[in-house]
Write a protein that binds this ligand. Structure first.
Ligand code: ADP
Ligand code: DP6
Ligand code: CO
Length: 331
């Protein structure tokens, strides 16, 4: 009745931004991501007849009531899926900043989906696992797979055809992502709230949806042909379009800070000097830089000169869900 699973975060190159169904987490558009080796979550779930309630220990401490309630309502879905009623003790450790635009919800719910179903003795295929992870956090459905993965939005109302599929394994193309830490505080507007406000109020949202299919085709061609320049250009353009929709929302908002724009400008300077570097930004101020292995050190050297840069984490393509024997000790 106990299992441990590890899941890595992923960075979307074509973003998921907007839901057509909030309850089941069904997206408005397909998205495509790269799973990252450096950032991950490990989660242990133990179901127990003797428990009177679910418990959640997060990073070694009892989680807040609101975080525990989120876990509990997610476990309700799993219990319903498995046809059981037992409560569970959950322990999770994030090797990634939480709620800061580093996709902790992706690794967090992918690990929780995998550990909870395994603890109940279910031996699920990746597609089913992706569908279950999606219902915790949309981006989590892509973290079930390593390397490049596409989340197919599907068309059914029950969400049974909305899941991620692998596009290219992690060993096939060594693209690097430098995650530039500018701010690790919790974001004031969660991804969930931000995308909802955008869909409901931004006149630019229809423009976003119109552009995404072409960008998706373009990036899939870039991946298939390993054309890094093509990949970088379309990823950067897609991220900018997503952030543009927020400026049109009511009330308007942005996840960018002045430091975000300083790093964006630096990436442009690097390109002017002939270095192939492109950025993408999620729902947070931090910037992720896409590059090839041979340019990684040069880019690091330039970024280290910027005073607002608090850390640079080098990421390679990472693996999908893995099951473990036990939760690693903290510290
Ligand atoms: P992020 O950029 O980190 O993905 P989000 O606003 O999308 O930010 O999601 C943050 C939320 O993800 C947290 O409030 C929490 O509910 C959930 N989350 C993060 N880590 C975990 C975890 N290890 N297990 C379960 N849920 C998690
Ligand atoms: C900007 O998956 O965190 O990172 O489904 O509401 O939990 P919920 O949102 P989440 O949104 C991710 C938004 C994004 C783009 C992406 O990862 O595709
Ligand atoms: Co998230």
């Amino acid at each position: 009745m106990k299992a441990v699973a590890k899941a890595h975060t992923n960075i979307a190159l074509i973003k998921y931004w907007g839901k057509r169904n909030d309850e089941l987490i069904l997206p408005m558009n397909n998205s495509l991501s790269l799973t990252l080796d450096h950032f991950y979550t490990t989660t242990e779930v133990q179901f127990d007849e003797a428990l009177q309630t679910d418990t959640f220990i997060f990073n070694g401490e009892t989680a807040s009531d609101s975080e525990s309630a989120k876990i509990s309502s997610y476990l309700d879905r799993i219990r319903q899926f498995a046809g059981v009623q037992m409560y569970a003790a959950v322990r999770s450790v994030n090797h990634v900043p939480t709620s800061a635009g580093f996709a902790s919800s992706a690794s967090g719910f992918a690990a929780l989906a995998a550990a909870s179903t395994k603890a109940l003795g279910l031996d699920l295929d990746r597609k089913t696992l992706s569908i279950l992870a999606r219902q915790g956090s949309g981006s989590a459905c892509r973290s079930v797979f390593g390397g490049f993965a596409e989340w197919e939005k599907g068309s059914r109302t029950d969400g049974s055809d909305s899941y991620a599929v692998p596009i290219m394994s992690k060993t096939e193309w060594d693209v690097r992502v430098l995650s530039v830490l500018l701010e690790s505080n919790e974001k004031p507007i969660s991804s969930r709230k931000g995308m909802k406000r955008t869909v409901e109020t931004s006149p630019f949202y229809s423009g976003w949806l119109e552009a995404v299919d072409h960008e998706l085709k373009e990036i899939k061609t870039a991946i298939r042909t390993k054309d890094f320049e093509r990949l970088g250009k379309v990823a950067e353009a897609n991220a900018l379009k997503m952030h543009a929709t927020m400026l049109g929302s009511h009330p308007p908002f942005t996840y960018w800070q002045s430091s975000t724009m300083a790093v964006m400008e630096e990436v442009q300077h690097l390109r002017d000097k002939g270095i192939q570097a492109y950025y993408t930004i999620d729902a947070g101020p931090n910037v992720k830089i896409l590059c090839l292995p041979e340019d990684e050190q040069k880019i690091r050297d330039e970024l280290e000169n910027l005073e607002m840069v608090k850390g640079i984490y080098g990421c390679r393509p990472g693996p999908g869900i893995e099951y473990k024997e036990k939760l690693p000790s903290l510290g």
